[in-house]
Design a protein around this ligand. Structure first.
Ligand code: DQA
Length: 153
């Protein structure tokens, strides 16, 4: 059997509230519908999807370590990551990505640069392969596609 390559999609705090939390900012797509959209895109590209959400920074760090190890083992192309508010606060997430050399595309549903000043700085962007902001949940699909293109270069 040929092993299938995995793409991770990791979501940080409060993204379990997608669909009901500030729909004027984040839209009405729920997290489970978003998972389905990501699964469709992954399947189209011949990838397996690991889709997770946590409100806990340490668990997100553990998942980054797991994904990084799987990339090194040749089993994964990397992770699409929406760190939620931890984007703007977490040196620990920055260090986890840097330390594992995990290829990450950082995604934000809203355009953080049009919002409050505290959302303008990201600890993740300097160690991400790329960032997608403000394109709604469509950003996830585009990020999966971008990771796939990068891995096939
Ligand atoms: C977000 C933007 C963050 O500033 C915010 O804390 C979130 C969601 C986005 O997807 O637009 O929780 O990451």
């Amino acid at each position: 059997m040929i092993p299938v390559t995995v793409v991770y999609v990791l979501n940080g705090p409060n993204l379990n509230l997608l669909g009901t939390r500030r729909p004027e900012v984040y839209g009405t797509t729920t997290l489970s519908i978003l998972e389905e959209l990501c699964r469709e895109e992954a399947t189209r590209l011949g990838l397996d999807l690991v889709f997770r959400q946590s409100n806990h920074e340490g668990l997100l760090i553990d998942w980054i370590h797991e994904a990084g190890a799987r990339v090194k083992a040749g089993e994964s192309i990397g992770a699409v990551f929406n760190p939620g508010a931890y984007t703007h606060t977490s040196i620990a997430l920055h260090d986890a990505i840097e330390g594992t050399e995990l290829p990450v595309i950082e995604v934000h549903i809203s355009n953080v640069h049009r919002r409050e000043a505290f959302r303008h700085h990201s600890y993740i962007s300097p160690i991400a392969r790329g960032t997608i902001v403000g394109l709604g949940v469509d950003g996830y699909r585009l990020a999966i596609d971008a990771l796939h293109r990068m891995s096939s270069r």
